[in-house]
Design a protein around this ligand. Structure first.
Ligand SMILES: [Zn+2]
Length: 378
């Protein structure tokens, strides 16, 4: 549970009294968090920064600071950030965003890149809301939230270079960087950083998060997602794999049985998923055909390729097999009135084709576009 209580603290810079909120600690990688550890629902982020009304000092603990801070808050960089209010945001969101970005400057100047990164990320979270600070799921990314995330990314990478850790969780840093890369649209960086995180063998939950980030990046998804969604995704994948394995195993056993004892029958499903139009006397071998034509009219080379794409063993029928399709129209139909390609070539430029409907066979220029129907021997 999170609790907030307000008290008066003395400003580190000017000693004026400031109202400061104190918040009970936030758990990292809780299941109800966003993928970057942000808590959903009860939002404490805006309360976690204080700005001194007298001197403009921004900090999470207003009574504390670094030796260099007195210089930093007089710098041009700091003062520009302090007054940089965006018209696109509500006054409140803009004020809080700038306070966090000011705090990031102070921490960066003091060499505390990890805290600076978290301040910039907090600024991004404020931008995400843009006045609607309570609904995390329906938000769209604003310019502000992207630029704050880029700043957080830059600071976290500086922290890493310095060996300054910004997450206590194993591979937590990789998970946070992955989320920043993805939301900023730098999709190509997501997989490498997730792989590096996986190599550290983190806890299950972090593994789910890393895997989910890779999936989201492959879909070019730049939305905020929750850790709950990552767990749900892992659960679905596990169930899918299990059902696929058991289905494949059963199919394999069934066809092994049929192959050994010969029970394949005309007009039933073949081992490649087609319909059987020919079987040998013992019923152990034969020919199956796809229930439908290849989608388009195709040249001879394209027809061969398209049939192969159905999977293992699927191909264009030979001239004789093509005639078999004509003779078995009562078992498998759906043919058009166009001519169909056979795999039987006559020479470099011509191959056999057939009107399956009426059975007429003739030779065709390979460049011509005819119909195709794949077959498979078993
Ligand atoms: Zn002050």
């Amino acid at each position: 549970m999170t609790m907030i209580f307000t008290y008066t603290a003395e400003c580190f810079i000017c000693s004026e009294p400031c109202e400061q909120d104190d918040i009970a600690s936030i758990t990292q990688f809780d299941t109800s968090c966003n993928l970057d550890t942000r808590q959903i629902g009860f939002d404490v982020i805006p309360n976690s920064i204080t700005r001194c009304q007298n001197c403009g000092y921004c900090a999470t603990q207003i009574s504390q600071g670094y030796d260099i801070t007195k210089e930093t808050i007089r710098s041009e960089k700091y003062l520009l950030q302090l007054i940089n209010n965006s018209e696109k945001m509500s006054w409140f969101a803009s004020y809080q965003t700038n306070s966090f970005l000011c705090s990031a400057i102070i921490q960066e100047e003091a060499g505390n890149y990890s805290d600076a990164g978290w301040s910039a990320l907090s600024a991004a979270w404020i931008c995400d809301g843009e006045g609607d600070l309570w609904d995390r799921r329906s938000e769209t990314k604003s310019e502000g939230s992207i630029s704050c995330r880029k700043r957080a990314m830059e600071l976290f990478l500086l922290a890493r270079a310095k060996g300054d850790s910004f997450s206590q969780e194993i591979a937590g840093e990789e998970a946070i960087l992955a989320d920043l890369y993805r939301i900023c649209g730098q999709f190509e960086k997501v997989k490498p950083v997730c792989d590096a995180g996986m190599a550290k063998d983190p806890i299950e939950l972090v593994k789910h998060v890393l895997t989910y980030q890779i999936i989201l990046a492959s879909r070019k998804d730049t939305d905020c997602h929750t850790i709950d969604q990552a767990i749900e995704h892992a659960e679905l994948t596990r169930r899918n794999i299990e059902s696929k394995i058991s289905y494949r195993f059963l199919t394999f056993v069934k066809f092994l049985y049929l192959r050994l004892w010969g029970k394949f029958e005309l007009g039933t499903k073949g081992p490649g998923g087609g319909i059987i139009i020919k079987v040998n006397a013992s019923g152990s071998r034969g020919l199956e055909v796809q229930p439908d034509d290849c989608k388009m009219l195709l040249s001879w080379p394209d027809a061969r390729k398209t049939c192969k794409n159905y999977g293992r063993g699927w191909r264009l029928p030979t001239k004789d097999e093509l005639n078999l399709l004509h003779e078995n129209i009562s078992i498998v139909d759906g043919y058009t009135n166009n001519a169909y390609w056979s795999s039987s070539a006559i020479n470099k430029s011509h191959a056999w084709g057939q009107y399956i409907k009426d059975g007429f066979q003739y030779t065709n220029i390979k460049k011509d576009r005819l119909r195709a129907r794949a077959v498979r021997s078993f």
